[in-house]
Design a protein around this ligand. Sequence first.
Ligand code: GRF
Length: 210
Amino acid sequence: MHKENMNGSLSARIAVFISGGGSNLQALIDASRSGLLHGEIVLVISNLRKAYGLERARKGDIDTFVFKKKKYESLEAADADLLARLKQHKVEYIALAGYLKLLPDNVVKAFHGKITNIHPALLPKYGGKGMFGHHVHEAVLASGDKESGVSIHLVDEIYDSGRILHQVKVPVLPDDTPDSLAARVLEQEHKWYARILDKLIRGEYENQHD
Ligand code: GRF
């Protein structure tokens, strides 16, 4: 359970990792500011300088960092710098929101049980390397499944394999395109990510093995 701060209210320090538009990041920022999420987004990290989510962070007065491994002498130096920046910002929780890279092992170990990801399908189906964005929705439509949805899960060293905290189902309609299905799923992502992250921060998933 996350400790209360000096004012007696819960507030966790959160870093959000993105690679794209950052609509989930925006939903988390909004939830933090409205009090639905008992946490503050203190750092937004992207592997892509042009990710629009970085602009959202700047507009929200949130520190940003572009993490590109190629800029470093070695992978070890890159991973060590990433962890150092998270520590500098006193980050306690990490939310992946459309981040297309695997988190380095040192970060996964340091934040064990405190890293979440949101995936736009019902894991364990349609997960793993290469399953992102429209690829996921195209695969769901090709399968003929009647339902898709959102999975919010803890992150470990393997893509999309950590403990599932929460899933929300949406129908797949006969005339769906990848875009129309993505929009229906995204609406639920925006609704649920902050709520589930908040439950994690409040310790509501401790000692549960569902
Ligand atoms: C979302 O569909 C999320 O589930 C997936 O990547 C997408 C990110 O969208 N991991 P956005 O950048 O938050 O708009």
